[in-house]
Design a protein around this ligand. Structure first.
Ligand SMILES: Nc1ncnc2c1ncn2[C@@H]1O[C@H](COP(=O)(O)OP(=O)(O)OP(=O)(O)O)[C@@H](O)[C@H]1O
Ligand SMILES: [Mg+2]
Length: 427
């Protein structure tokens, strides 16, 4: 059960108890009627006729029933409750005037005042009830006519007042304390509920974040795979197709035919090996066997041989091993830039510069080919157009930048700048 549920249970229990307590006056009234009947039958005490008491008792019971039992919702209507208490008190005095034995009913005034009167008014009410109690205890109003009776009344009243005021004070304090405690428990329960809601919201956000991180991871991996497929498989297949077409055209020249077929076979083997490494997320084979400048140089030489275009690599600065991701990115940039030159530029010369600076490494690939407008959008039905974007994404992923400078008829310059993070520095 929650705190709020427990509080509600406690409240219901208290209300049920209050309802039972409010039945006590009826019982006391019935007891008083019975006592006065016996006293009347045996003439035990001087009293007014029994029937007067009985009639007043019926009025008192009806008064209680109307204001409390039948209309419990009036409990918080201060004015009505004051009227009810005053009527109840008047009836007590009248009943005691008829027969002092009704003092047995009179003490229920204390119960009623806690129910009907607020705060300090309870003390005033308690004083009045104590007065009625003292009169009944000294034997009724008749006793007050003698001096002795009045002295006895004063003493008994004093005692009654001390007890009544003390008890009322205590009851009021306890009541207020329990009200404050109930309010505090209510506040605590509310704070708990808010905390629980906040925790639930947090858990929801956490799950959402995890989901987003997972999706970002999946997207990242998908981009990596797409890049690898483009740079490794598509380029390899393009080269093989070119060689097979050349072989087809060289059917009458057995030497050339064999050369093209051999190249196609080698390309197929290399591409297969590279594809396997891509699946295992390993770095390119060239980089495993050599340092970055040598690996790029090997690619440049092979490309130059294959495409019969002059190409050379110049390395400046002091070459040093860099993080595998950085070296792989630069190698792939060189490969795609060269592949583009071969496919689109119709160049006669390509110059590559690999520069090692203090914090940066840059790779520039310049050709003297046809050039193009980098801002011009590709035709919607153009089947390619992935290479430059993939190149840029790769470079950006390692916090670098890629610039493409070109215009029709003026060749093309591709420049990648990446941070020079030494191998092992990430740890
Ligand atoms: N060196 C270059 N010389 C001339 N045009 C180029 C050069 N590099 C790129 N381009 C132009 O830019 C376009 C986009 O190049 P990108 O590499 O993105 O796609 P693609 O090579 O056409 O196809 P793929 O997706 O197979 O790489 C090319 O279609 C070409 O028109
Ligand atoms: Mg391309």
């Amino acid at each position: 059960m929650t705190d709020r549920g427990a509080m509600r249970g406690l409240d219901q229990w208290r209300q049920r108890l209050d309802r039972w307590v409010l039945l006590v006056p009826y019982a006391c009234l019935a007891g008083s009627v019975a006592l006065s009947l016996v006293a009347d039958a045996f003439r035990l005490l001087p009293a007014k006729p029994f029937l007067w008491g009985l009639a007043l008792s019926v009025v008192a019971a009806a008064w209680l029933a109307w204001f409390v039992t039948l209309h419990p919702q009036w409990e918080h209507r201060r004015g009505l409750m004051a009227v009810f208490f005053l009527g109840h008190l008047l009836l007590i005095f009248l009943l005691i005037w008829v027969n002092p034995l009704y003092g047995f009913y009179g003490w229920t005034g204390y119960l009623v005042l806690v129910y009907a009167l607020p705060g300090r008014w309870r003390l005033v009410g308690a004083g009045a009830v104590a007065c009625s109690g003292a009169i009944s205890q000294i034997g009724g109003f008749d006793t007050l006519t003698a001096l002795n009776g009045r002295i006895a009344f004063a003493m008994v009243l004093a005692l009654n007042l001390v007890i009544a005021v003390g008890m009322t004070h205590l009851t009021t304090a306890t009541h207020e304390q329990s009200n404050r405690r109930a309010a505090m428990i209510d506040e605590l329960a509310e704070a708990n509920e808010r905390l629980e809601a906040a925790l639930q919201e947090n858990a929801g956000l956490h799950a959402q974040l995890l989901n987003q991180a997972r999706e970002a991871g999946v997207l990242d991996e998908r981009q990596r795979m797409a890049g690898e497929i483009h740079d490794v498989l598509a380029q390899g297949l393009t080269g093989i197709v070119t060689q097979l077409e050349a072989a087809d055209a060289a059917r009458s020249r057995p030497n050339d035919l064999c050369r093209h077929l051999d190249t196609a076979k080698r390309l197929a083997r290399d591409s297969l090996a590279e594809a396997r490494r891509s699946v295992q997320a390993l770095r390119p084979q060239n980089l495993d066997a050599a340092a970055l400048p040598d690996a790029i140089d090997e690619v440049v030489r092979g490309w130059s041989r294959l495409n019969d275009v002059t190409a050379e690599l110049i390395t400046t600065g002091t070459p040093r091993p860099l993080l595998p991701e950085i070296e792989t990115t630069l190698l792939r940039t060189a490969q795609e830039a060269l592949a583009n030159v071969a496919r689109h530029a119709g160049a006669t010369r390509v110059a590559l510069t690999l520069s090692y600076m203090e914090d940066l490494v840059s790779l520039d690939v310049r050709d003297d080919g046809t050039g193009f407008d980098p801002e011009a959008p590709l035709a919607a039905d153009y089947p390619g157009g992935y290479g430059l974007n993939a190149m840029r994404e790769r470079v950006i992923r390692i916090a670098g930048r890629l610039d493409v400078e070109s215009e029709p008829g003026a060749g093309t310059a591709i420049s990648a700048r990446v941070p020079a993070i030494a191998q092992g520095a990430a740890a």
